[in-house]
Design a protein around this ligand. Structure first.
Ligand SMILES: [Ca+2]
Ligand SMILES: [Ca+2]
Ligand SMILES: [Ca+2]
Length: 192
């Protein structure tokens, strides 16, 4: 019985401790605009877009920009392995409308995709004002998750910058029960 309880608690704790990390989520390292490097893969970003070493929130950041073609969207993505299948996770980050010459802005033209499904859209807002997004998702059976960010999604030329991209595990009710069991076990030990 003791062994079983300890095993359950250990399993619960491992899920709490587990948090897949985004590589270079703060963009402190250079990222290519149209290939793969330092964790990210850029696509369809022109010279006015791409990685910048300073001026983000703070420090390095990445601008998704192209010429507003409706057939393509400037984007950046990262594939992360090792999620617990069925586990709950939270993707967070900062985004901002960016290029002055494209004002006035209109419509939702920023998107967050998880494994190819659009899960968040952001309205173009005040120029270069950082705002935050938060998306909760369940990890698939493969344990592999691709996060992708896109700008100009509605056929506009609205560019977006991103920074501080992170993923963390969300404690589940089962995990909470495991932790309760652990604290009860600890209390029992203290009593003895
Ligand atoms: Ca940064
Ligand atoms: Ca587009
Ligand atoms: Ca643009």
């Amino acid at each position: 019985m003791k062994t079983t309880l300890a095993f359950v608690c250990a399993a619960a704790l491992s899920q709490v401790a587990f948090a897949q990390s985004v590589v270079n989520g703060d963009f402190s390292l250079e990222v290519p605009g149209n290939s793969t490097g330092n964790g990210w893969t850029g696509f369809s970003n022109d010279g006015a877009g791409g990685w910048r070493s300073s001026g983000g929130n703070p420090g390095g950041y990445f601008i998704m920009n192209d010429g507003g073609a409706s057939a393509t969207d400037p984007s950046i993505s990262q594939t992360i392995n090792g999620f617990v299948p069925g586990g709950l996770y939270r993707l967070t980050g900062d985004f901002a409308s960016w290029i002055v010459s494209n004002a006035p802005f209109g419509g939702a033209s920023f998107a967050v995709d998880i494994n190819g499904t659009q899960v968040f859209t952001g309205l173009a807002g005040t120029l270069q004002e950082w705002r935050s997004f938060q998306v909760d998702f369940t990890a698939p059976d493969t344990g592999i998750v691709t996060i992708r960010f896109r700008a100009e999604i509605n056929g506009t030329d609205n560019d977006f910058a991103i920074d501080n991209i992170a993923v963390a595990a969300i404690p589940t009710p089962a995990t909470g029960a495991g932790l309760l069991g652990l604290s009860l076990l600890a209390m029992g030990r203290r009593r003895r």
